[in-house]
Design a binder for this molecule. Structure first.
Ligand code: BGC
Length: 744
């Protein structure tokens, strides 16, 4: 069968250009004359949002019913690579059944600010965790013959002015934090497409940045798929083609085509560039064609069961003083369920990822079904989701119920109007109506378990110390209510871990002063110190640290065995479930560079593993670190570089619960920063190739000063170009230029 990618020579210029734009909101253009089909792209990352007729890209119009799996915030809190892959594969089954060829996800932007309205759609504040989980997601979807769109490339970390804001960030910050997860996924999982973001980076729109879309993505990482624009992200269509953006979505009603054809006509865009883009589109269409297209029948109960399993692992038990949880069914006494979110669950976010769920489990129904036979269960809404002001009648009812109950389950969270795609949150707190409710309820009954539903992290102060137990339920997808009930009742031990820090207060977060930017620019002044990298480096207390999450059991760490070779470092440890119920531990390995000549965060997550153990059971865990785990991005050398010296390996149950430490020495990479006339005189003096000639030529006083270990720290930093002009200096600029020429 002829490959579509072999048909380039048969296409007219207009046909080639037509391949580079959508035909409507969700489809590419077919070329019927040559049997080249249209393909369909559709949201989204945690459930299908398929619109066959009229639609929109922000979830305002309806869509076909589908399973709503846990959004990324919860899926990532599972720290479970296998579970993420399985959930993604289930999602891909629904994509296939709906005729979707490319699923628009996963979204893997870093959670730079806690207020980003879209944090619920993103994984973490950490690029290693994000990269590993998102690679599993892409692998899971693509294993079913459905493509993914890794988004939003890149540095789309806020919604405020998302279509125009310019991110000001240095290359090291971009490479180490904002590009690193994309790199892992592109290299390891080979997504069929990458979606470029709306924003600008250092003044240039991502959609027309050749450094981003070609040099980094294709030349450095080997990406071989198609770059698709975010919906409406194209600014200058001709510049976008040159930069490496193949597909403009949705249809621009002919505008993009006209610009491309005009640019070809006036010679600013070459046919070579257009051909390159058209071939990549044809290759994508071939990939779609190669996939299995047998009809898929979806068993929505089985899908719901996977959504439930993922939800179970996505909730994080933050606090459980006095072992208040689990509430065993056989416990005596009344249970007061308080909070509208128990009855009307908030389980997903708004915008392009919003799913028209097949079915939704409310925690209230699940708990009633489980407890109804044995315990008296009452429900009081406590607040109205859409109102911030306190309703005294609702509070009084809730207090009366709490007063006579053995256990209080208090369901709180963020109303949908607080967070969504398209805007950022105004603050990090719960609504005042809910905070007032906590105070009133705790005053009459201290045995309170707070269950939270929120997409972005919420500030737990000033109320968290007044309640003994908190379950962070994030947005758990359509089966979240049943999962919460199972966790509270102890059917399963909680095993979610924080993929982002909960700071004590908003003002501690690294972006204060640099968010949401001003006059169209947001400066990433904290550089690599995002999330725990900031809180740890600045020794700030936090409410709950990155990686934290309690279980109903406990785990012992055996001794650490570290085996180091030039290529990698292997870390072996035995983990034992030392408690009385089954549970899962997430073993986390952080690396600290003990002495560095450049800024390094206090510690960085480099590997992790999740293990499930029966009571008394042990298992061996091996984590492997490649050289990259010790490296930083050297902008002048333009590559990853290991600076030789001592590194500490920290193995623990969270970033602030380190159980075992070991120090190792690593041999560094030789860094050859290209010499220029302005390089420090000391670099010239010590240069491995021309240094001996320099030492011959710089004689007299300056030769003595540069050679003397006591004096050289004073003189060697002076740029050679300046030293040359000092009286008595013996080397000329012409000689230096001549030496430089020998290096090229
Ligand atoms: C979002 C994308 C989404 C696209 C299509 C945009 O508003 O940023 O994430 O895939 O719409 O719905």
């Amino acid at each position: 069968m002829t490959r579509h990618s072999d048909k380039l020579g048969l296409l007219t210029v207009e046909e080639k250009v037509s391949l580079l734009g959508g035909s409507d909101l969700w489809h590419t253009q077919a070329i019927e004359r040559l049997g080249i089909p249209s393909i369909m792209l559709s949201d989204g990352p945690h459930g299908m949002r398929v619109q066959y007729a009229e639609g929109d890209h922000l979830g305002a119009e309806g869509s076909e019913p589908a399973t709503c799996f846990p959004p990324a915030v919860a899926l990532a809190s599972s720290w479970n690579v296998e579970l993420v892959a399985r959930t993604a594969a289930a999602l891909a089954d629904e994509a296939r059944a709906s005729g979707v060829d490319v699923l628009l996800g996963p979204g893997i932007n870093m959670k730079r600010t806690p207020l980003c309205g879209r944090n619920f759609e993103y994984y973490s504040e950490d690029p290693v965790l994000t990269g590993m989980l998102a690679a599993a997601f892409v692998g899971g979807v693509q294993s079913k013959g459905v493509g993914t769109a890794l988004k939003h490339f890149a540095a789309n970390n806020q919604e405020t002015e998302r279509m125009s804001i310019s991110v000001r960030a240095d290359e090291r910050t971009l490479r180490e934090i904002y590009l690193a997860a994309f790199e892992t996924v592109v290299v390891e999982a080979k997504p069929w497409t990458v979606m470029c973001s709306y924003n600008r980076i250092n003044g240039r729109f991502a959609s027309e940045d050749p450094w981003l879309l070609t040099q980094v993505l294709r030349d450095d990482w080997g990406f071989d798929g198609v770059v698709v624009s975010d919906w409406g992200a194209v600014n200058r269509r001709d510049l976008a083609v040159s930069a490496g953006l193949e597909l403009e979505m949705p249809s621009s009603s002919g505008a993009g085509t006209a610009v491309i054809l005009a640019a070809i006509a006036d010679g600013t865009l070459t046919m070579e560039e257009v051909d390159r883009a058209a071939v990549r589109m044809l290759e994508l269409i071939d990939r779609v064609g190669d996939a299995d297209h047998l009809p898929v029948v979806i068993d929505y109960n089985a899908q719901h069961a996977i959504a439930y399993e993922a939800a179970l692992e996505g909730a994080v038990l933050l606090k459980n003083d006095g072992g208040l949880l689990p509430m065993i069914d056989g416990d005596p006494g009344r249970v007061a369920i308080i909070g509208e979110f128990a009855r009307t669950p908030r389980y997903q976010g708004a915008g392009s990822s919003q799913v028209n769920s097949i079915r939704v489990d409310a925690a209230l129904d699940s708990l009633r079904a489980r407890l109804g036979g044995t315990r008296e269960v009452t429900f009081s809404p406590g607040y109205e989701i859409d109102r911030d002001d306190v309703d005294p009648v609702l509070v009084a009812d809730a207090v009366a119920a709490a007063d006579v109950a053995e256990h209080v389950l208090l369901f709180l969270g963020l109303p949908p109007r607080y967070e969504s795609e398209s805007f950022d949150r105004a603050h990090m707190s719960l609504p005042p109506s809910q905070i007032a409710l906590i105070d009133a309820v705790v005053a009459v009954n201290p045995r309170v378990v707070v269950v939270l539903s929120n997409g972005g992290v919420v500030q737990l102060e000033p109320w968290s110390h007044r309640v003994p137990a908190i379950l962070e339920g994030w947005l758990l997808g359509e089966a979240g209510g049943a999962a919460i009930s199972s966790l509270l009742l102890g059917d399963v031990s909680p095993s979610g871990r924080l993929a982002e820090t909960i700071p004590l207060r908003y003002e501690h977060n690294p972006t204060v002063g640099n968010f949401p930017g001003e006059l169209g620019v947001v400066t990433y002044g904290e550089r690599m110190l995002v999330g725990y990298r900031w809180y740890d480096t600045h020794r700030l207390d936090v409410s709950y640290p990155f990686g934290h999450g309690l279980s109903y059991t406990t785990f012992d760490y055996g001794s650490l065995v570290v085996t180091s070779t030039a290529e990698d470092v292997r870390v072996d440890v035995t983990i034992t479930n030392s408690g009385s119920v089954a549970g899962s531990e997430v073993v986390q390995l952080y690396v600290a560079d003990i002495a560095a000549s450049v800024l390094r965060p206090e510690q960085e997550l480099k590997a992790f593993a999740k293990v499930h153990l029966q009571p008394g059971e042990s298992c061996a865990v091996r984590l492997t670190l490649t050289r990259r785990a010790f490296a930083f991005w050297h902008p002048a050398a333009s590559r990853w570089v290991v600076e030789g010296g001592t590194f500490e390996l920290r193995l623990g149950s969270s970033s602030r619960d380190i159980r075992l430490r070991s120090r190792i020495e690593r041999v560094g990479d030789a860094i050859h920063v290209p010499l220029t006339i302005d390089s420090p005189a000391g670099d010239w003096w010590d240069h491995p190739v021309v240094g001996h000639r320099v030492r011959e030529r710089i004689t007299g006083r300056y030769g003595r000063l540069l050679a003397d270990p006591r004096e050289s720290p004073l003189f060697s930093p002076i740029p050679l170009s300046r030293m040359i002009r000092f009286p008595g200096f013996t080397m000329t600029e012409a000689e230096a230029t001549e030496l430089l020429a020998t290096l090229t």
